[in-house]
Design a protein around this ligand. Structure first.
Ligand code: C5P
Length: 231
């Protein structure tokens, strides 16, 4: 499906799990006062909705139908923390469970699910601008984006970051198990036939290994300034 060139500026931030895309995208969006699309959350919501409805985990058509019709909303609580709703239920914590991430990666390999989410994702592009976080934001969803970033980090550092994140939330997952899961997910995401994880040809690659969040955010903002996208 062809993209109509976005009328509002879009910055895409793609990369593998644990590269820090989520945190960086949110900070960049906050700094610019732009909207944020967490596209991974949409795939996670499809997987979660499928689990909750007891769908056949192999049914592509049933998951594609859910991707089309599920009622979701993204917001923030009084303290500014992200809240995600599915069919009126707060599922903010549940969509981050590792098993939901694995489920998301499975349903994300199915073309009808990706097609069903395409328009939903493009509707997030509203004035004054959008920061879109995902795997195929620069390659498929917003090929006309004004700035495309591909964020990476070494596999060890990504596993360690995920480990810390989960530990902070109180779940005890071993680092070795997480490293294995991240490697599996990377492989599945980058070898799938449709919209595999890869940098867009015109993407700028930032390796965040050993860099602080603030340093990466500054790098992204600087790249935009150099291109006169903002001041
Ligand atoms: O980024 P996050 O870990 O929330 O994404 C969950 C899964 O959703 C990824 O492993 C990937 O398979 C899928 N995904 C995708 N395309 C996107 C965003 C996420 O295929 N744009």
């Amino acid at each position: 499906m062809a993209e109509t060139r976005p009328l509002v500026p879009v910055v895409t931030i793609d990369g593998p799990s644990g590269s820090g895309k989520g945190t960086i995208s949110r900070r960049v969006a906050d700094q610019l006062g732009w909207h944020l699309l967490d596209s991974g959350a949409l795939y996670r919501l499809v997987a979660l909705a499928g689990l909750d409805r007891g769908l056949d985990p192999e049914s592509v058509a049933a998951h594609a139908a859910l991707a089309e019709t599920m009622r979701v909303s993204f917001g923030a609580d009084a303290a500014g923390a992200e809240r995600v709703n599915l069919e009126g239920q707060d599922v903010t914590a549940r969509i981050r469970l590792e098993e939901v991430g694995q489920g998301a990666s499975r349903v994300a390999a199915w073309p009808p699910v990706r097609a069903a989410l395409l328009e939903r994702q493009r509707r997030f592009a509203e004035p004054p601008g959008l920061v879109a976080d995902g795997r195929d934001m620069g390659t498929v969803v917003f090929p006309g984006a004004v700035l495309k970033i591909f964020l990476t980090a070494s596999a060890e550092e990504r596993a360690a970051r995920r480990h810390k994140q989960l530990k902070d939330k109180g779940s005890a997952v071993s680092l070795a198990a997480l490293s294995r899961e991240i490697a599996e997910r990377d492989l599945r995401d980058s070898t799938r036939a449709v919209a595999p994880l890869r940098p867009a040809e015109d993407a700028l690659i930032i390796d965040s290994t050993g860099l602080s969040v603030a340093a990466v955010v500054e790098r992204v903002l600087e790249l935009g300034r150099q291109r006169s996208l903002w001041s």
